[in-house]
Design a binder for this molecule. Structure first.
Ligand code: FES
Length: 164
């Protein structure tokens, strides 16, 4: 059986190759850590809100990334909101009119959102029903954790909703 001898030169080449690989790994890890947002930055993009705090028929406004998010707990006499409903009874939409960006008001007696700028109207699901708004109020990305909604993260409920 022939015994292979590792020369001093081969040994040095292997050793240098090993050190280069370790160094490259370190550089790549440092680059990854530099580009990855800090945990506090990641968390700043999300807002948690307990849906059970909203009484039937009540509207709460939650601030998320500088935008008002309407959380409406619908009652049986309001629109059913197929595919725009969370837990069968909540409407959660960004409260910015899809016409020119005004903030609609909730009118509980009519059960609609009415935009003060040009009279656009949205039903209790946030769907445009009258006036110039070209489309429904946007639904923010969300995730459900028990009775808590996490705005700014996408969960399976949101993805299903977006697929229509
Ligand atoms: S901005 Fe709302 S209807 Fe024009």
């Amino acid at each position: 059986m022939a015994e292979e001898k590792v020369s001093r030169r081969d040994f040095l080449l292997y050793a240098m190759g090993g050190w280069a690989a370790v160094g490259l790994g370190g550089v790549l890890y440092a680059m990854y850590k530099t580009w990855e947002p800090l945990p506090e930055v990641k968390a700043a993009g999300t807002v948690r809100f307990d849906l059970s705090k909203v009484n039937p028929g009540e509207l709460k406004v939650v601030q998320w990334r500088g935008k008002p998010v309407f959380v409406l707990r619908r009652t049986p006499d309001m629109d059913k909101c197929e595919n725009r409903s969370i837990k069968d009874e909540y409407t959660v939409v960004i409260g910015i009119c899809t016409h020119l960006g005004c903030i609609p008001n909730w009118e509980p007696d009519k059960k609609i959102f009415k935009c003060p700028c040009h009279g656009g109207e949205f039903n209790a699901c946030g769907v445009n029903i009258f006036g110039p708004p070209p489309r429904p109020l946007d639904i923010p990305p969300f995730k459900i954790e028990g009775t808590t909604i996490v705005l700014g993260e996408t969960g399976p409920e949101y993805e299903k909703m977006m697929k229509g």
